[in-house]
Design a binder for this molecule. Structure first.
Ligand SMILES: O=C(O)C(=O)Cc1ccccc1
Length: 313
């Protein structure tokens, strides 16, 4: 039987208690709606593409570990996805184990790779010869301690003991106590959230060919319109060594003339541009830009051109 579409459902990396769930709880529209726990980014986005869910919450960037490559690559390759919101969650980690385990008993640790990668300082100092088994999420890492004895301990969010009867062997084991993860809410909608004055625009673009200065030429599209970038990351395209696509966040909204003009410049220049969306910034900080690039300046220039073409000036 075909699945009944549940367009009100929100998908998130579960099970309950993950940082991703905390991010989803910040979405006012998701309150009281069904939430579907999934095991990875691909499953979350497939829910959106297939119409099983209205939107999916996925991690895109961590302040310590950098971009989440699985998310960036999925956004580059799955068409018709749009980012409709951005959410920030402070993250810190504890080491948990089955009751009665001591730190001296720990040989193998179950952990989500993004969590594991930001606990190195503590792990190197306290468990220098541990092994690592990857988990699908921070809560799944802890839950797996009940399913098998392959691992002796797990890296988990501090709230894990509300979900599982485990001993906390160590607290605050993250490399940076101020670590933050940035999450995005992704949907298939083509309706862009309205401009607020504190917005971001996310795109992915490829360079035209292997010639000197092409990256600079791409960046000039933004610089010459007074558009600031808040993120620039390269990801391998995957078909050959040395071929990259660029994940870019711009300050501003597609409904603002300077951003729209920069996107048109990019479209003329790049063989492959993906518009991922314009959406309100999680920090609410209003975008500052030189008034030489204000909407009125672009409108005046276009009106002038129209007057020239129609012989009025
Ligand atoms: O959402 C979670 O809890 C996850 O397992 C993904 C993750 C991992 C590390 C930092 C933030 C999110």
């Amino acid at each position: 039987m075909p699945e009944t579409p549940q367009p009100e459902t929100y998908s998130y990396l579960g099970p309950a208690g993950t940082f991703t769930e905390v991010a989803l709880s910040q979405v006012a529209a998701a309150a009281g709606k069904p939430w579907r726990s999934v095991n990875n980014v691909g499953e979350a986005l497939d829910d959106v593409v297939s119409g099983r869910s209205a939107a999916a919450m996925i991690a895109i960037e961590n302040s310590v570990e950098g971009g989440v490559s699985a998310t960036q690559d999925a956004l580059a390759s799955i068409p018709h996805l749009r980012i409709i919101g951005e959410y920030l969650v402070p993250v810190n980690f504890v080491l948990v184990a089955r009751r009665g385990t001591t730190l001296a008993d720990v040989r193998v640790i179950n952990a989500h790779p993004v969590a594991y990668a930001q606990c190195h300082v503590w792990l190197d100092a306290n468990l220098p010869s541990h092994g690592h088994i990857p988990a699908t999420s921070n809560v799944a890492a802890a839950a797996s301690l009940f399913d098998s004895d392959h691992a002796d301990a797990a890296i988990a969010p501090p709230g894990i003991t509300a979900h599982h009867d485990l001993d906390v062997l160590a607290e605050n084991i993250g490399d940076n106590p101020n670590a933050v993860t940035r999450f995005i809410l992704v949907s298939r909608t083509t309706t862009t959230p309205a401009a607020t004055g504190a917005d971001k625009t996310s795109i992915i673009a490829e360079l035209p060919d292997d010639r000197a200065g092409s990256l600079l030429e791409m960046l000039e599209q933004f610089a010459t319109r007074g558009v600031n970038m808040s993120l620039l990351e390269s990801r391998p395209i995957g078909d050959a060594l040395g071929r990259y696509r660029f994940v870019i966040d711009l300050d501003g909204h597609i409904d603002e003339e300077r951003v729209a003009d920069a996107l048109m410049g990019l479209r003329r220049f790049s063989p492959n541009v993906t518009f991922l969306g314009s959406y309100p910034r999680a920090d609410g900080i209003r975008v500052k830009f030189d008034q030489r690039y204000g909407d009125a300046v672009f409108t005046e220039a276009r009106d002038w051109l129209d007057r020239l073409k129609s012989g009025l000036e």
